[in-house]
Ligand binder design. Structure first.
Ligand code: NPQ
Ligand code: MG
Length: 369
């Protein structure tokens, strides 16, 4: 199926967070997001770029995504129309910039699915109509403050808690949460690459707390060291930043660098590559779950659809809109019994609200095809 694009809008928005979000690489108070809108003959397609304003989680950042889209990726699209699979092929000669590529491909996919009257979930192969949700809890100033936050999220229905950790904020907070909320709480931690292999003994201290997994303890390019660390921990290792493609996933699995994978479509270049990783992991018996990049409703809608695939056997970071934003740019995603419903409407199944968007827009540019 061919979708003919007349132009692309790159719109940058500033979304205030309900509370500062602190990780091992810094504190965020506002989510600076790049949105991509492709305009076709009959429809629009929307997508959200996962890049942060600074290159900390990965080498991409909002300005770099905007630039590579305008200068290379959008001009590479064939003028006479294209199929979503062709987007991947024409962008492949450009190295890296996977979040930017993902946003463009996802916007084309949204337009194409709206044309075909098919939902993201149905297109990707969703196996259920709602997904269980976890929440990612930032680093706090004190343990009592952390316990309050976790208590609120449990009361809201979240079925799994993920604590952000870093050296100096690890064993103590994890022990406190485990003692306060009991052994039945699904609990995991995310280090965002804050440790080195010389911390192996210290990290083995986490083995006492019955964690689901430890996410990305070591640096992004330390696949071999993750394999070495895995031999020294009982807690399963999950990779996030290290897995940028299905090829990386295959390498990590055969090295024994991880036994769980966090899939973020932006990080791996799009939903089609995300599905390839899901398929590969499933064939190897490796559980996957859907990560999050503080998405607005636009990115969240597609992630919830992905998280409904059969290999997503662990609750993801697909939280409700209110976890991050007082006002979302779509109808808010609201947890019900710890789950979010997979949208069923055509494409993403959500509509950006133009009044909200206009209020948060900081810049916009139009690129004609
Ligand atoms: C992770 N996300 O799994 C990421 C990292 C992360 C939900 O824990 C602004 C934008 C700040 C994106 C901080 C979660 C961010 C961000 C952390 C992503 O590693
Ligand atoms: Mg992570």
């Amino acid at each position: 199926m061919k979708t003919k694009i007349s132009g692309v809008e790159l719109r940058r928005i500033a979304m205030p967070l309900v509370a500062p979000f602190r990780t091992s690489f810094g504190v965020e108070t506002t989510r600076d997001v790049l949105l991509v809108r492709v305009v076709t003959t009959d429809h629009e397609g929307w997508a959200e770029c996962g890049a942060m304003s600074e290159p900390r989680y990965s080498s991409e950042y909002v300005d770099s995504a905007r630039h590579v889209l305008r200068r290379f990726l959008i001009p590479a699209l064939p003028k006479d129309g294209l199929d979503v699979h062709e987007v991947g092929r024409v962008l492949e000669p450009f190295t890296g910039h996977r979040m930017a590529k993902s946003a463009l491909q996802t916007a084309v996919l949204d337009a194409q699915l709206r044309d075909a009257d098919q939902s993201f979930g149905s297109y990707l192969g969703a196996a259920r109509d709602r997904v269980p949700c976890g929440v990612s809890v930032g680093i706090m100033d004190s343990v009592p403050e952390l316990l309050d936050a976790v208590e609120r999220y449990i009361a809201e229905g979240y079925v799994r808690i993920k604590l952000k950790i870093e050296p100096g904020w690890d064993l103590g907070p994890v022990r406190a949460v485990r003692e306060r909320f009991g052994d039945d709480l699904l609990l995991q931690v995310d280090a965002n690459a804050a440790y080195t292999l010389s911390d192996a003994q210290h990290l083995a201290g986490l083995d006492d707390f019955g964690l689901q997994l430890i996410e990305q303890p070591l640096a992004n390019d330390d696949m071999v060291q993750h394999a070495a660390l895995a031999k020294r921990l009982r807690t399963p290792i999950c990779l996030d930043e290290s897995i940028k493609s299905a090829a990386h996933a295959a390498a990590a699995i055969s090295l024994g660098a991880c036994s769980v994978i966090n899939i973020k479509p932006g990080r791996v270049g799009g939903y089609l590559e995300a599905r390839r990783i899901h398929d590969l992991a499933r064939a190897h018996g490796i559980p996957v779950w859907c990560g999050g990049m503080l998405e607005t409703g636009i990115g969240r809608a597609a992630n919830v659809a992905l998280a409904a695939l059969p290999g997503f056997t662990l609750p993801g970071d697909t939280s409700g809109s209110s976890r991050y934003f007082a006002t979302d740019v779509t109808k808010p995603f609201v947890l019900s019994d710890g789950h979010l419903e997979v949208p069923t409407g055509p494409g993403l199944g959500v509509e950006p609200r133009s009044d909200v968007l206009d209020e948060v827009t900081t810049s916009s540019e139009w690129i004609s095809m």
